[in-house]
Design a protein around this ligand. Structure first.
Ligand code: BTN
Length: 314
């Protein structure tokens, strides 16, 4: 017999399928989900408590409304690896704890809001309600030098999802920001734990401005809603991201990921300013090399490769 999480997950999936159907009887649902009717009714009650509107008319159940919340039962096939918290300090904190206590590869920690959201270069990441904030825990069999691949695969995957599914002209900006024109739509922070040749985990934290209003706090930020005037489903964006990221992990080697990443890069072949923790450099962004560093041609013609910093352009 499936557990309650599996029943809730299967129930949402079933009610969403066959939209032409008037509804599903309790007997039919219990058969599809291989559970007894009591368990099914428990699942319906729990989902209603989470804000799902599941109604029966003429004894046929229908899903009338689902909340825009990335609950585990929104992710069929990976529901056991998804952990949603309405509010926490930072998904990075929770992910570090989970990774250290033996969670499976590709576990995802999601927050509805973060009280101490962190950005790169010691910045704060404003994390109010309506944004999508998550950390993906990867436990790869790879050498620490290869870890950069995961960051580029993550930003490539996300830019493709935002372009294809949300229909915005998103571009990647070195190292892993996602921009629409000059506004930042998404940022990424990664943390690795490794000893010698072994990676214990790479945690990739991603913040996407979806239905929130980040420009109130950060004038150079935008959300999908502020750019398009529409609202978007956060569970759908995350599900697409995870599907594509997991296939990319199986299929793609770093050179191919980088080639595809460069096709969406808005920061190459132009004058940029790079701010690192130590210095500010102005130059022409020529390329990203096979270690993920930005290759910059300075005014005196010399080249500098920068492995960590922020990139700005007008
Ligand atoms: C940046 O652009 O500076 C990186 C921002 C990363 C924000 C995400 S939101 C989910 C995860 N949790 C955090 O505290 N930070 C990352």
């Amino acid at each position: 017999m499936p557990d309650l999480l599996d029943i809730k997950t299967g129930l949402i999936q079933t009610l969403r399928s066959a939209p032409e159907k008037t509804g599903w009887s309790t007997t039919e649902l219990a058969a599809v989900l291989s559970c007894d009717k009591n368990k099914l009714l428990c699942a319906i009650i729990e989902l209603k408590k989470h804000g799902y509107r599941i109604e029966a008319s003429n004894e046929l159940w229908r899903l009338e409304l689902a909340p825009d919340i990335p609950y585990p039962f929104e992710f069929p096939g990976r529901q056991d690896r998804i952990h949603y918290f309405p509010q926490i300090t930072s998904t990075m904190d929770e992910a570090r704890k989970a990774a250290g206590s033996g969670c499976p590869n590709l576990t995802v920690i999601i927050a509805g809001a973060q009280t101490k959201g962190r950005g790169r270069m010691d910045r704060v990441w404003a994390s109010d309600e309506g944004g999508l904030y998550f950390t993906l825990i990867i436990k790869p069999r790879a050498h620490p030098a290869e870890a950069i691949k995961f960051n580029f695969l993550a930003s490539l995957t996300l830019v493709e999802v935002l372009r294809d599914e949300c229909r915005v002209d998103a571009r990647v900006k070195w190292p892993n920001d996602i921009m629409v024109d000059n506004s930042k739509l998404s940022g990424m922070l990664s943390e690795m734990d490794a000893t010698g040749d072994t990676i214990h985990f790479v945690n990739i934290g991603i913040g996407v401005n979806v239905n929130n209003d980040p420009a109130l706090i950060e004038p150079r930020a935008a959300s999908l809603r502020s750019l398009t005037g529409r609202t978007f489903s956060r569970p759908a964006i995350l599900a697409q991201f995870l599907d594509h990221f997991e296939s990319g992990l199986k299929e793609a080697a770093f050179p191919l990921i980088l080639t595809r990443w460069k096709q969406f890069a808005g920061c190459l072949n132009r004058e940029v300013t790079i701010v690192t923790l130590k210095e500010t450099l102005n130059g022409f962004a020529e390329d990203v090399d096979d270690r993920g560093s930005l290759v910059l041609r300075l005014a005196d013609g010399t080249r500098r490769t920068v492995c960590y910093g922020d990139c700005f352009y007008g």
